[in-house]
Design a protein around this ligand. Structure first.
Ligand code: UDP
Ligand code: MG
Length: 319
């Protein structure tokens, strides 16, 4: 659809695409159909993440016909999050929606997302109620993913909250200004602290092609979420070390006490020696934990996350 009156607000849609040649044209049609029911003009950004099929030529074909469509072509497969980041850097809309290019994220939800945004929310997350075609493996593995993340990280992720969401212009600017790389959007979205609304939907079956979120990519995602949002594993080291030191020190004192004052035969020298080694292990683990504390600080510094984010300001004094 050609762009009309200049006064229309702009909606940017970012779609990471990996081996989606069949899905691209369908997604595009569905998107435009739904966006045309709103008051928005669109900037649709397809990011081809090094697909090995005809995804890029499909994107080029559409971009030639429609000036509202832009394509980015990665030199190789850099992963979903990298593609998201590239698309978000390119987005200039008043509102931005990120979604998958396989129609599992229904574009028919877009008017609803915009409605929530108009009520004043900066982030509108979608919550998938169930994936109709997901096999046992996918269901179990995504359950495990959320359980793991919620146990070991500082994040509270909700089951079914995927990367289909609307963000406001200021949330976009904030996210794009964070220097850390790679970005774990699911966590950062909450971390930036703007108001979040939720919209529920039932996921459709994947239309064509197959899920490219392999176990390896899932594990990588979990690792990213864990290291960018949790110091727990490092804190566990120091806790174990200190507990080990305290307990073995106590045991050692008791053992030596018994040997000296009660019964010299009760504990053998070997037993005492072993307990001494346990104590030393505790001390060493504690030292490692102390080093880990420095590591946490260095890591936080290296990510370059700002210490705060201002959401509103009453008025700026003119200079
Ligand atoms: N994707 C990507 N790079 C990858 C893997 C996936 O850009 O290395 C895209 C993919 O084209 C889709 C989205 O990320 O638009 C989600 O991938 P997929 O549908 O395979 O994951 P699932 O829906 O099964 O979690
Ligand atoms: Mg999918």
């Amino acid at each position: 659809m050609p762009k009309s009156a200049k006064s229309k607000p702009l909606l940017s849609v970012v779609l990471p695409s990996y081996n989606e040649e069949v899905n691209i044209p369908i997604t595009y049609n569905e998107l435009t159909k739904n966006i045309d029911t709103t008051k928005f003009d669109y900037q649709i950004i397809f990011v081809n993440d090094g697909s090995r099929d005809g995804t890029w030529s499909e994107i080029e074909k559409i971009a030639r016909k429609d000036s509202g469509v832009e394509g980015l072509n990665f030199s190789r497969n850099f992963g979903h999050h990298a593609a998201l980041e590239a698309g978000l850097q390119q987005a200039i809309g008043d509102v931005v929606i990120m979604m998958d290019a396989d129609l599992q994220h229904p574009p028919s939800l877009i008017p609803k997302l915009i409605e929530e945004w108009e009520k004043g929310c900066d982030i509108v997350n979608t919550v998938r109620l169930s994936t109709e075609d997901a096999g046992l493996f996918k269901n179990v593995s995504s359950r495990l993913f959320y359980a793991f993340m919620n146990t070991f990280s500082d994040l509270r992720l909700k089951d079914g909250e995927a990367d289909y969401r609307l963000i406001s212009k200021r949330a976009l600017v904030t996210l794009n200004s964070l220097p850390e790389a790679p970005k774990f959007y699911r966590g950062l979205i909450n971390w930036i602290g703007y108001d979040v609304a939720r919209v529920e939907y039932v996921a459709q079956a994947r239309m064509h092609g197959k899920s490219s979120y392999t176990l390896k990519k899932m594990i990588e995602l979990a690792r990213l979420g864990l290291t960018s949002f949790s110091m727990k594993p490092l804190k566990i080291i120091i806790t174990i070390g200190m507990a080990l030191t305290a307990l073995s020190l106590l045991a050692l004192v008791v053992m030596i006490g018994v040997k000296l004052f009660v019964n010299p035969e009760y504990f053998t020298n070997n037993a005492i020696l072993i307990m001494f080694l346990v104590l030393m292990t505790g001390v060493l683990t504690t030292f490692q934990g102390i080093i880990a504390v420095y590591l946490v600080d260095i890591f936080n510094e290296a990510k370059g996350r700002p210490t705060y984010i201002v959401k509103d300001i009453t008025k700026k004094r003119d200079e």
